[in-house]
Structures are given as C-alpha cells and as structure tokens.
Design a protein around this ligand. Sequence first.
Ligand SMILES: Cc1ncc(COP(=O)(O)O)c(C=O)c1O
Length: 390
Amino acid sequence: MINHYDFDKIPNRSGTGSLKWERYSKNILPMWVADMDFETAPEITEALKNRLSHKVFGYTIPYDSVIEAVLNYLKYSHNYAVKKESLTFLPGLVPAINLCCNAFSTEEESVMTVTPVYPPFITAPRFSGRELITVPLILDSENKWTFNIKGMEKAIKPNTKIFILCNPHNPVGRAYTKLEIEKISDFCQRYNLILISDEIHCDLIFDTSSKHTLVAGTEEGIAERTITLMSPSKTYNLPGLACAYSIIENPKLKLQFEKTIRGIITEINCFGYVGCEAAYRYGNSWRIELLKYLEKNYLYLNNFLCKKIPEIEFIPMEATYLAWLKVDRLNLNSPTQFFEKYGVGLSDGIDFGDQNYVRLNFGCPHSRLMEALERMHKGLLKENVIGHEG
Ligand SMILES: Cc1ncc(COP(=O)(O)O)c(C=O)c1O
C-alpha cells in the first residue's frame, strides 16, 4: 500500500502554546490529553490557507457550504438524515455538555453517567450544582467493557433527568454495538431521560468496515430525547480551531438549549468552519491512513505490554487513540508521578473515576510511542517494580 501522508513526521510544537506540551518540562514526553502529535490533513491546511489569504476575519455565521458538508457527512457516513434546523454550531463539546446540564435539568435533579469516563462528564453536573450518579462499566463474557443496565436501574433516582453517553467510549475505547446502544435507548425511554450523546470519537474506529452506531438514528423515538454532540476535531486533530456542533431534532429541546446558550455562545471562529467543512469534504483518505497508523501503534502497545510489562492489564479496544491501562498490580503510590519521573506524562485514572488506571495517548509518531514505552519499562526495572526477563 502506498502511504500518501507522513504520520512518522515529528512536528515541533514548542512555542505554540500547546496545552499538551506546555504541561511538563522538556524531559517528559506528554502522552496525556486527547490531542495528536500529527499535522492535520494537507487538504484541511490548504482550505485554511485559502481562507487566510482573504485577509478579512469578521464575525462568521454558519454558511451554506459548511452546513451542507455536515449534513452530507451525517447522511452518507452515518446514515443519519437531519434537517439543518436541528444543527447548532458550538465552540466545543465540553461547553456543550456543561450547558446541557443547565438547559435540561434543575438543581433539584440528578444526572447519570457510567465510569470510567472523560472527566468533564463528571465535573459538568457538579459545576451546575446537579447531583451526579455514576455506575461503573462491567466486563462482559467476551472481556469487553459494557453497560451494567441492572446497576443503572438500581442507581437511578426519581429525580434523574439526564444520561450522558460516550460512544465510542473515552477512555475504554469501546465502539458500542447496535444492541448495546438499543439497551441504552430503551433505558432512557423507560426512565424518561434526556440523552446527551457525545459521539466525538465516532470516526476513529480502527476497523473501517465496522459502522458507528449513531444513537439518534437507531430506535424510533430516541431522537426526540437526544442531544447528539459531534465535531471533526478529535479525528482530524483540530481541537484548537474550536468548532463543534449539536444535533437536536426535538424543537422543544432545541429551543430550551438555545435559550440557555443565548449571549454565552456567540459566533464560532471563521477557521473552525473552514476546518470542519474541509475535514468532512476532503479528509476521508487521510482519516483511513490515520486509522491504519493508529491501529499499528495500538498493536505495538498491546504487544509491548504483554511481553515486557504483563503486570499492566490492557483490555482490547476498538476505537480512539486513548489506551486505558490498569496499573494497580505495580503497587505504585502515584503511577502518574512515577512515570513522569521516568519521562512519560500520562493521565491519572482518578480524574476518570478509577484510580487503578492511567490513560496513555498513542496518537503520535510510532518512534515516540516506542520511546515512551521504553522509558516506562526502564523506570519499572530500575526501581525493581517488575523483574528482569529471563
Ligand atoms: C469524549 C470527549 N468529548 C469531548 C472532548 C473535547 O471536546 P471539545 O474539545 O470539543 O470541547 C473530548 C476530548 O478529548 C472527548 O474525549
């Protein structure tokens, strides 16, 4: 196969105000926040350059070609036909999740999610003074993380108003099956919940023949209670362009959301729209190569851990570039501090709801992943946390 894009290239990100790279000193490889160390697709850069050459950067409202690109993407990539009236462009999913808690529940009501999960799912209800109910995922008979519906039924309260779903799931990397999604839809319908469905990782399933199940497009009636949140930012490495969108088919809910965001969410930046449109119109061949590269990194990581650090447990994953690693058998006081000492910056599982884990971002050139794993291994050997092989 001919590779058209160079994912081995190591971009120098110093001096760019990178959240990921500014966190640590030069000696630590940052493998934490979900931001990849790849240049974005050249097709996207080209579109941004064209926009830049116009030299006028006024307030920008959603325009026809970007709306058309999003609607076509939803229809042809995810078999989800929506009207343009259902779309709202937003600067990010995190503000959207926080605003949804305010829009669709009161301080007397509670919000449910499943853990481990992307930290803003845990903090958003708390920031808005809502009670948070969390139910841990469980491993099924095939050793896959899945929903504990019985546990959710037990934990739900009469005042529970919202369920927040992450599909594919950050940090466990599950791309839920249609059956699992139907169970969640059914749960939300039975308990009359608003479903906030974060599907930002939907184009990052390694197996490109396997379809993402877009929840609002499944069971009849579920779209009426669903807020779908999407963005091309994770897939195309564009989070700094701050362009995301919600899809709310139910006009009553859409109005409720619009009232909440009024005066808070204003125009999205003009480059965000350009990046979004170019990603959806021209980015797919880059995405397909990216997924092959990510899968190679994933397999390398899995193999490395099996062979060299079997004490770290790693459940197989299907999507994303975020690996959820169980490190409790290493008996470290603070796993993140330990690995930082040896030059690797990871996300602490406690922020996701489970202190026995760390999360490692393998969305980076292969050589960097190899270096990070070698550093982790060396540190563990040096402090006799694990034994020398043979
Ligand atoms: C599940 C999930 N939702 C949302 C985000 C961030 O979204 P945004 O940058 O649009 O706020 C991330 C980033 O890692 C994520 O993993």
